[in-house]
Design a protein around this ligand. Structure first.
Ligand SMILES: [Zn+2]
Length: 348
């Protein structure tokens, strides 16, 4: 497939993100934003369409046509520092809470806490026969955006994993560009968790092509799911399948699987695209339908503390209902990685 792509210069440049090499401008988080890209139709997975026309026909468990990868970045677990659009803990207390959510299961946290909601998220996903990935920060006090010590979640990590959901690393602000930092945070998370982690996403979707992939591969990660634009939903390199990135500097494929991010909750609304809820929903459906046509994977990032119209998981559930109704295989990043590397890549 790589050889076929190479013959099409336009698609090859898009697939490898040639335009992101040797940047002369980036945003305040050193990111390459969509508004600078020469690609003007980020909603078209044109590289994936080419791959499908040229023989890529991934299959999924139980004969499902396409897959959805569910992910959550855990930036915040303490309600006093909630993301601004979420409202107050009081508003939560008045809202529609399930009985399960009112019962904290942490032995560390005695008080009820709306952001300590891993169990509630898992119960919701289980209703749709789905699993997901939780990416945890392993920041030290004083580091930018520090909210919790990973040691405080000592009881939660095995609970998540023992039930079949995934625990992965959410790298800190500088991790994407610093191997020592990635490795230190990985080791710290693994020490508390008691197991190896294979999945990664960087905080703020900070990412440098191709360096971050190389660093993550060196640090022992099997897959990354950072690669999407913060300022626009869609397909950053025209691909809506997991893929092995190609390093134009070395002329080699990088030993890591990218499960590209398609939709981040915060991209759609106030922070970036400024869609209203109705328009955001139309866009989500359109992206899902396009991925379905390519037998691809839709990766969605839904923060545990995102709230729309004062309701924490209502819109997330709407998404689950939609993709479940389309008979998608709804899985964690780890499950997607295992399936892709053991089935799809082996058959190619
Ligand atoms: Zn984050």
């Amino acid at each position: 497939m790589i050889e076929k792509l190479k013959q099409n210069e336009e698609l090859w440049d898009l697939f490898t993100k040639k335009e992101e090499y040797n940047l002369t401008f980036s945003d305040q988080y050193e990111r390459f934003p969509y508004y600078l890209s020469s690609q003007r139709n980020v909603f078209d997975p044109k590289v994936s369409r080419f791959m499908v026309e040229n023989g890529l026909h991934p299959e999924y468990p139980d004969g499902k046509k396409f897959a959805v990868c569910l992910t959550h970045d855990i930036d915040v677990v303490y309600p006093e520092k909630l993301y601004p659009i979420i409202g107050t803990a009081k508003a939560f207390a008045k809202g529609n809470l399930t009985g399960a959510m009112k019962t904290p299961f942490s032995r560390v946290n005695k008080k009820w806490n709306p952001c300590w909601n891993f169990k509630q998220i898992m119960e919701l996903e289980a209703k749709y026969n789905a699993k997901s990935s939780f990416y945890f920060l392993a920041l030290h006090p004083g580091e930018k955006d520090f909210d919790y010590k990973i040691e405080e979640l000592e009881a939660e990590l095995p609970f998540i994993s023992d039930n079949g959901w995934e625990v992965g690393l959410h790298g800190g602000h500088e991790s994407y560009n610093n191997l020592a930092d990635i490795m230190e945070k990985k080791q710290r998370l693994e020490k508390v968790f008691g197991k190896k982690v294979i999945g990664y996403r960087n905080h703020y979707l900070r990412f440098k092509v191709p360096d971050t992939w190389e660093l993550l591969s060196k640090a022992g990660f099997k897959y990354d799911t950072t690669f999407g634009y913060a300022d626009c939903a869609g397909f950053r390199n025209g691909v809506c399948h997991p893929f092995r990135p190609y390093n134009l500097n070395t002329g080699k494929q990088i030993d890591i699987l990218e499960i590209p991010l398609v939709i981040m909750d915060r991209t759609l609304l106030r922070d970036y695209m400024r869609l209203d809820v109705k328009k955001a929903w139309e866009l989500i459906k359109d992206l899902v339908d396009k991925v379905e046509k390519c037998n691809g994977v839709v990766t969605i990032l839904w923060h545990n503390n995102t709230s729309i119209d004062g309701k924490n998981l209502k819109y997330y559930e709407k998404f689950l209902e939609y993709v479940c109704g389309k008979n998608a295989w709804i899985a964690s990043g780890e499950e997607i990685f295992n399936w892709w590397s053991n089935n799809v890549e082996k058959r190619e």
